[in-house]
Design a protein around this ligand. Sequence first.
Ligand code: ADP
Ligand code: AMP
Length: 217
Amino acid sequence: MRLVLVGPPGAGKGTQAQFIASHFAVPKISTGDIFRANVSQGTPLGLEARKFMDAGDLVPDEVTIGMVQDRLREDDAAEGFLLDGFPRNVHQAEVLDELLDRQGLRLDVVLELVVDDEEVVRRLSGRRTCRQCGHVWHLDFDPPTREGHCDRCGGELFQRDDDREDTIRHRLEVYAEQTSPLIGYYGDLGLLRGVDATGPVEDVTERAIAALHRFGD
Ligand code: ADP
Ligand code: AMP
């Protein structure tokens, strides 16, 4: 299964990606996670990406596409993958199609997680991430039992710099202008499936997996 998840920041892509990827036994490839790992390790890629991430802008395609290309060449992605956060504009989508096409491959399906802007702002402003294990919590919807600490590993929770209110607004504009055209792009290719991404996490997972199985039949 070669699958792309799309949806606005805060739609729950990362949350759902882990369950969907494990259900279909494919690696989850999150460009946001790869960039953040590079930022925290202080690599040249991280230093370059950080300026754009902190501002809520997209990292330039030259940087992002090369990084994804390298990741897709790794052995675990040979039989399938779930992309979370890539592509983020039509140019990235076209390059991905070309990369796959050169190997005689194509995407199987693109799953859109549908939520409105108000819910996105609620989700992003309450998002807290564990510094140690990377698990994502929410202050209201999925709070840890001990404030500020991860239930899974005891690590410290932090708020992403790009989850501050003004940056959230800008990221939504970037999504509307640059990323949402992907819905039409993949719709025209007949690859798009949409699911309602509101309600409890488990319900969204169930709907997503059902939509993907329907597609696979
Ligand atoms: P994305 O990867 O699309 O940016 P995340 O998966 O990080 O989004 O989710 C954003 C925030 O919303 C997180 O704090 C997460 O815990 C919370 N969240 C995810 N799914 C739901 C849901 N179905 N209901 C309520 N909160 C959710
Ligand atoms: P995310 O974790 O998916 O919300 O991504 C966090 C940030 O990483 C984004 O706001 C961008 O700055 C950057 N980023 C992630 N994926 C991409 C991509 N495909 N293209 C450009 N920038 C990206």
